[in-house]
Design a protein around this ligand. Structure first.
Ligand SMILES: [Zn+2]
Length: 176
């Protein structure tokens, strides 16, 4: 069992020439390891670095992909909510129009009642003033009546006096 020097994938010795994970040439690994020059070591270091960078980029790409799909999901939910809100808004507008119509109807009824009330108060004050006039007329009539009664009493007393005088006179006439 050997490990790829770049990506560390495990292999059975002499089964494959190239790493299936990163493509590194595995044939030089065991047989020629003692002949590795400094240059080849540098190449291996570079390849390891590139592989790590690649892995990092891959990871980042997957993270971004997952963030993107989360964003898309949120967007979809927002759009659904938006559509729901639009429907509710339409319903509210309908209700508002109905309420406005009822409100206008009520306002008309209130105006009508106001007019009737004003009319009632106006009639009431007219009746009140007629009652006052009738009262004062009644007082006047009572006054007139009492004056007339006084006159009648005066006449009655004059008539009585006249009758008494007449009676006396007839007595005197009788005496003669
Ligand atoms: Zn490899």
């Amino acid at each position: 069992m050997i490990h790829c020097p770049v990506c560390s994938k495990e292999y059975i010795k002499n089964k494959v020439n190239f790493c299936t994970n990163c493509g590194w040439d595995l044939t030089t690994l065991e047989e020629f390891s003692e002949f590795y020059t400094q240059k080849e070591t540098q190449k291996l270091t570079w390849a390891k670095g590139m592989w790590q960078k690649w892995q990092f980029q891959q990871e980042k790409y997957h993270q971004l992909q997952s963030q993107l799909s989360q964003c898309q999901e949120s967007l979809k939910q927002s759009e659904e909510k938006n559509a729901q809100c639009k429907l509710e808004l339409q319903q509210l507008n309908k209700d508002k129009n109905i309420n406005n119509a009822s409100l206008n109807q009520l306002q008309l009824q209130i105006d009508q009642m106001q007019l009737e009330l004003e009319l009632y108060f106006s009639n009431n004050s007219q009746l009140q003033s007629e009652i006052e006039q009738n009262k004062s007329r009644q007082l006047q009539l009572e006054n007139d009546l009492s004056q007339a009664q006084n006159k009648i009493n005066e006449y009655q007393s004059e008539i009585d006096q006249y009758n008494q005088r007449k009676k006396k006179k007839s007595c005197w006439d009788w005496d003669e």
